[in-house]
Design a protein around this ligand. Structure first.
Ligand SMILES: *Cc1c(COP(=O)(O)O)cnc(C)c1O
Length: 397
């Protein structure tokens, strides 16, 4: 690939490609060429979408649900999402506050566009999801990173937040459970952060896409439930991709105070229009057929939890690696700083020499770590972690 021509826009020239998708693509290309690759790079469940969800979508497609739908989503789905927030978290949400978008990624982008202007600053705790900084830059705003490494369990503290706030700060992005670390904030920790954010009149983008992928009895709490003041400043993003193994369906959700929800709907009406109409009927079945959905989610969670514990134990047996036992999502984020290699070099060599694909911590704003996804088969995890151990044994420390 040649360099981008100077005639392209500022936006096109300044955007960084997604490193997670790039590593995954390289691993898949090697596998397609017949190489035996152990892939820990993918950011999606290895399960298929539950069959009742696919059937509802197929029925909608056969029944002619092939036209434009209302921009913010089909009415029954918006109502079902509102009902879900009431049932799960006791949060009273009107359907008018709910926007269905083509993917949770687009939900995040529109949320940022709805509240950020050029000159505004956005606080992004690192390690962060790779898309936040790019989205903030596309809105003309400036990302301000605050590193919360394994010394605080990858969680921002109120003092760290306070120190990063300036008169220009407009928005704080929180992602619990976290991609890439799997870290989950407790209610008390979140309350303390939200208190600081409210004192400075910040908006809060709470990316809760992994809200149902929790282990060890961890509970998800949304900052919007803390107080009417918190609710008035919080934009909740979630979606169907991770919980229901529906990454390819492209369905994300936003719940926001009415003026922000309206702004998001207007931005969406001029950029993408509605999320795919018949896909929304599949999502509706995910929320309505609760027993079937809970069974499918239970199967997935049992597998994820088993792999999480196994991978965590095996990583900590490798001399030079330390890894915290994260309680959410499907990632572990081991510390590899003892090897003194840049994480990107570590990952390039790991893939070249041992055919193990992992994403370098620096992609997430945290040098000295790796992101390993355990949303892959048990045998692949066992084989991959043995290869990682062999690789580490050959490195000087
Ligand atoms: C996967 C993911 C999303 C949204 O994914 P979509 O596939 O666009 O629905 C949002 N935030 C984080 C942190 C994610 O990992």
């Amino acid at each position: 690939m040649s360099q981008a021509p100077a005639s392209l826009s500022t936006w096109a020239r300044n955007i960084s490609p997604s490193p997670t998708l790039a590593v995954d693509a390289k691993a898949k290309a090697l596998a397609a060429a017949g190489e035996d690759v152990c892939g820990f790079a993918a950011g999606e469940p290895d399960f298929d979408t539950p069959v009742h969800i696919k059937e509802a979508c197929a029925a909608a497609l056969a029944g002619g649900k092939t036209k434009y739908a209302p921009t913010p989503g089909i009415e029954p789905l918006r109502a079902a999402i509102a009902a879900k927030y009431a049932a799960d978290y006791g949060l009273k949400v009107a359907p008018a506050q709910v926007i269905v978008s083509p993917g949770g990624k687009f939900s995040c982008y529109l949320s940022i566009l709805a509240v950020c202007s050029p000159g505004d600053e956005v606080i992004i705790p690192a390690p962060y999801w790779v898309s936040y900084p790019e989205m903030v830059k596309l809105a003309g705003a400036t990302p301000r990173f605050v590193l919360a490494d394994d010394s605080t369990g990858f969680r921002l503290t109120p003092a760290m937040l306070e120190a990063a706030i300036t008169p220009r700060t407009k928005l704080l992005i929180l992602n619990s459970p976290s991609n890439p670390t799997g870290a989950v904030y407790s209610r008390a920790e979140l309350e303390a952060l939200v208190a600081v954010a409210l004192r400075h009149n910040l908006y809060l983008l709470s990316d809760e896409i992994y809200e149902h992928l929790l282990y060890d009895g961890a509970k998800h709490v949304s900052p919007a439930t803390f107080s009417p003041e918190a609710e008035a400043r919080t934009i909740i993003v979630s979606g169907f991709s991770k919980t229901y193994a529906m990454t390819g369906w492209r369905l994300g959700t936003t719940v926001a105070p009415v003026p922000i929800a309206k702004a998001i709907a207007e931005l969406q009406s001029q950029t993408s229009s509605n999320a795919t109409t018949f896909a929304q009927f599949g999502a509706l079945a995910a929320l309505k057929e609760t027993a079937k959905t809970a069974a499918a989610l239970g199967t997935m969670l049992t597998a994820f939890d088993r792999r999480r514990k196994f991978l965590h134990a095996e990583l900590n047996r490798i001399p030079g690696i330390t890894c915290q036992l994260a309680q959410g999502a499907f990632y572990l984020f081991p510390n590899i700083s003892a090897f003194g290699l840049k994480s990107e070099d570590f990952c390039t060599r790991l893939l070249d020499e041992q055919r193990v694909a992992a994403v370098h911590g620096s992609a997430f704003g945290a040098e000295g770590y790796l992101r390993l996804s355990y949303a892959t088969g048990d045998e692949i995890i066992a084989k991959g972690v043995a290869r990682l151990a062999a690789f580490c044994a050959g490195l000087p420390r």
